[in-house]
Design a protein around this ligand. Structure first.
Ligand SMILES: [Cu+2]
Length: 505
C-alpha cells in the first residue's frame, strides 16, 4: 500500500515516477524522494559465503545519507522473500512511521512498498529491521543526516558500522540460549510481533519460576563469558560469534580508508551488533567525542570509549603525521576485535590479528558520567515517574521489565505535555542497553548520582543494581516501545510499551 503525501503530489511527474518505480534514478537526482531497497545478498566472511540481508539506496550504497534540510521522504521497497519492517533508530517520526510492528502498522509483505515522510533530526543514526531476528542477519544500515554546521567543518567523514556475525541461523542461536525447539522459537517470534497483551502474568507454558534478580548468581550459561566487578561475576557475550565485522569485513581483511596527511576526520561509529558491546580503541590517535546517538555533547577527549549495542559515537580525529592508524572495536570481556584502517598515501600497513593480546573489561558508564549535553532539556520537575526493574538470567534464558515478559505487559501510560522521568534499575547480572522509541531523552543520573548528561536514545544500565535515570518531554503522541537492544533479550521478553492516553488501539 502506498500513501501519497501532499508534498509528493505537489512535486508532480518526477515524484510519481519514483512511486511507480519507473524512474527512481532520475528522481533521486532532482528531488528529495528516495528509494530504500531491502534485499538479500551474499557476504564472504572468513572465506565462506553467507546469505544476509541488505538495505541500500538507489545507487546501491548502504542505508541513506540525507543533506541538510532534506525531508525523510523515502519509499521502502521490500525485495526480500520475507515480511519486514524497518525502524529508523533514534529518529522522531510520527509513531505510525516508526517501523515497529504494532497491529496498526503491520510488517511489509514481500514485493510491497511503503512511503515515509517526516522531518529528520541531524546526526548519526541507523536503521534496522524490527521483525523477528532479521537484525542478526544484517538487516541494518547507517542513516546519516547532515547539518549545515557539520558541512562547514570540512572534515572527511568516515562511517564505521559494527556487527556480530554467525554462520548459524539466528533462530538456532536463540534456541541454543533458551533450550527451546525451533517451532517454539517461531511461536515466540510471532508473539514478539503482536500487540502487547495487558497482563502482568506469564501464561502457564512460559512460566520461568523464580528467576528474577540476583537469585540466579550461581547458574550462568555455558556459552557466555564473564567479567568481574567488585569480586562478583557478571554475564557477557551470550553468543559465541564466528566473526565481528567492521563495514562488513573482518580485521583479517579490513577496509582501508585513504586519508590525507594531517587529515581532519569525523568518525561516525554505529554499534549495529545484535548482542555485542565494544570498546572503541583509537590506538595512537587521540579523538574528541562530540556527539552520542546523534546528539551533540561538550567534547570529551580520549583514545578509548565504550559503545553499547545500538549506540553511536561521533569522534573527531586530527591525524598528527602520516601513517596507518587502526580504528579498533574490541569486544568487551574478550580479546576479539574488528576494525578499519586509516592510511595516508604510501603508508606501510601491517596485518592485524582478530584477537588482541589483552582481554577487555566489560563496558561501563565511565564515559556516560562525563558527558554534558550541548542542548539539554529545560530544567523542570517531572510530572510522572516510572520505575522500571530490569530482570532475568542466563538459565533459564529470559529477560523482563518489571517482572513482565513482552508481549504480556501492562502499557506505561503518559500524557502529551508531561515531563517524564524513568528510573531504570538493573536487578540482573548482565548490563542492558535500553532504547526508547520516538523520543530523545537526557541522562540525568547514573547510579544515583545526578548529572546533566547527554541527550540520546539508548543508555547502558550496568548490572547488579546499576541504575540510570532518564528524562524526556512527552511530545510525540502514540505507542512507543522501550526495550533492551540486545536482540535475544528483547526476543525473550525485555520490552514494554509507553502509550499516550488518547491513542486509540
Ligand atoms: Cu538486555
Amino acid at each position: 500500500m502506498i500513501t501519497l503525501s501532499r508534498r509528493r503530489l505537489m512535486a508532480g511527474g518526477l515524484a510519481i515516477g519514483a512511486i511507480s518505480g519507473v524512474d527512481a534514478q532520475a528522481t533521486a537526482a532532482n528531488g528529495p524522494d528516495r528509494r530504500l531497497i531491502a534485499s538479500t545478498r551474499s557476504l564472504d566472511v572468513n572465506g565462506r559465503a553467507a546469505t544476509v540481508f541488505r538495505l541500500v539506496d538507489e545507487a546501491g550504497n548502504a542505508g541513506l545519507t540525507l543533506a541538510p534540510g532534506d525531508q525523510f521522504q523515502v519509499t521502502l521497497d521490500n525485495q526480500t522473500p520475507d515480511h519486514t519492517i524497518i525502524h529508523w533508530h533514534g529518529q522522531l517520526p510520527p509513531w505510525t512511521q516508526d517501523g515497529f510492528p504494532w497491529p496498526q502498522t503491520p510488517p511489509l509483505a514481500p514485493a510491497a512498498t511503503r512511503a515515509y515522510d517526516f522531518t529528520p533530526i541531524p546526526g548519526t543514526y541507523w536503521m534496522h529491521s524490527h521483525q523477528g531476528l532479521q537484525e542478526q542477519r544484517l538487516m541494518t544500515a547507517p542513516l546519516i543526516v547532515h547539518d549545515a554546521a557539520e558541512r562547514r567543518e570540512d572534515r572527511q567523514e568516515i562511517v564505521l558500522m559494527l556487527h556480530d556475525f554467525s554462520f548459524t541461523a539466528p533462530d538456532e542461536l536463540l534456541a541454543g540460549l533458551t533450550g527451546q525447539t525451533q517451532s517454539q522459537i517461531h511461536a515466540m517470534a510471532r508473539l514478539s510481533e503482536n500487540v502487547a497483551v495487558s497482563s502482568s502474568k506469564m501464561p502457564a507454558d512460559h512460566q520461568m519460576g523464580t528467576m528474577h534478580g540476583m537469585q540466579n548468581m550461581g547458574s550462568m550459561g555455558s556459552m557466555g563469558s564473564m567479567g568481574s566487578m567488585g569480586g562478583m561475576t557478571m554475564d557477557l557475550n551470550d553468543i559465541a560469534y564466528d566473526a565481528f565485522l567492521a563495514n562488513d569485513r573482518t580485521l583479517h581483511d579490513p577496509e582501508i580508508i585513504r586519508v590525507g596527511r594531517s587529515a581532519r576526520v569525523r568518525l561516525r561509529i554505529i554499534n549495529g551488533a545484535s548482542s555485542s558491546q565494544f570498546w572503541i580503541d583509537l590506538g595512537a590517535l587521540t579523538g574528541r567525542v562530540v556527539a552520542v546517538d546523534g546528539h551533540k555533547v561538550q567534547p570529551v577527549p580520549g583514545h578509548r570509549f565504550p559503545l553499547a549495542i545500538a549506540q553511536r559515537l561521533d569522534i573527531l580525529v586530527d591525524l598528527p603525521v602520516g601513517g596507518a592508524f587502526p580504528i579498533l572495536a574490541r569486544l568487551e570481556g574478550s580479546r576479539r576485535r574488528t576494525g578499519i584502517i586509516l592510511a595516508t598515501s604510501g603508508a606501510r600497513i601491517t596485518r592485524f590479528d582478530t584477537t588482541g593480546l589483552n582481554k577487555m573489561q566489560p563496558i561501563d558508564n565511565s564515559l556516560e558520567t562525563r558527558l554534558i549535553a550541548r542542548a539539554p532539556l529545560a530544567r523542570r520537575k517531572p510530572d510522572l515517574l516510572h520505575r522500571i526493574t530490569l530482570g532475568g538470567s542466563m538459565k533459564p534464558y529470559a529477560w523482563s521489565l518489571n517482572g513482565d515478559y513482552w508481549p504480556h505487559i501492562k502499557p506505561l501510560m503518559l500524557q502529551k505535555g508531561q515531563r517524564v522521568e524513568i528510573e531504570l534499575v538493573n536487578h540482573s547480572m548482565m548490563a542492558h542497553p535500553i532504547h526508547l522509541h520516538g523520543h530523545a531523552f537526557q541522562v540525568i543520573a547514573v547510579n544515583g548520582k545526578p548529572i546533566r548528561g547527554a541527550v540520546r536514545d539508548t543508555v547502558l544500565v550496568t548490572p547488579m543494581m546499576g541504575s540510570v535515570r532518564i528524562a524526556f518531554d512527552a511530545n510525540n503522541p502514540g505507542r512507543w516501545a522501550l526495550h533492551c537492544h540486545n536482540l535475544y533479550h528483547m526476543m525473550t521478553g525485555m520490552m514494554t510499551e509507553f502509550r499516550y492516553g488518547n491513542i486509540r488501539v
